[in-house]
Ligand binder design. Sequence first.
Ligand code: GRF
Length: 215
Amino acid sequence: MIRVMPRPVPQLKLAVLASGRGSNFEALQNEIESQQLPAVIRVVISDKEKAPVLEKARQKGISARHINPGQFAERQLYEQELVRVCEEYEADLVVLAGYMRILGETFVGSFPWRIINIHPALLPSFPGLNAQRQALEYGVRYSGCTVHFVDLGVDEGPIILQAVVPVIPGDDEESLSERILKEEHRLLPQAVRLIAAGRLELNGRQVTILPEEVN
Ligand code: GRF
């Protein structure tokens, strides 16, 4: 049994890894600014130089770093650099918020049960890329999103939270993605809040949400 954060942390230090638009980053930052989330985003790291998320972070005065995987001869070296930067910013938790690369042993092993990911489907259905399109093509009636711990599998780690949305007749990838995204923006900060409060316990694949402490 692992208590993910042994005790409540007054201000959880986050490293956010993202490859694109950054709306999940914004959702986290909004909740931090409105004091709904006892955390601080210390650094945003992207594998894409032109990712809008980097600009969004800079506008908020948050350190924004582009680390180019192409500059490293091996994935291990790239991941070592990622670890170094996350450590430089003393991250307690790494949040993958639309980060489109698979992380291996070097990175994942450096932050055991301290990396979470948001995926736009109800895992274990539709892992990997284009989850919303996969769901539509399969013909499911419901989809949603999942926040999970990251292990060495692709979108396979223990599930923290899920939210369900209906698939509505006539939906296309865009309309379904938008409906799911609204839930992502609620779910990701909620997962971080639970971790900051020391309320998650891990037993194999099972994540238990402990009751709120009342003083
Ligand atoms: C989200 O749908 C997330 O679940 C997926 O990529 C998208 C990122 O969106 N992994 P954004 O960059 O946070 O706006």
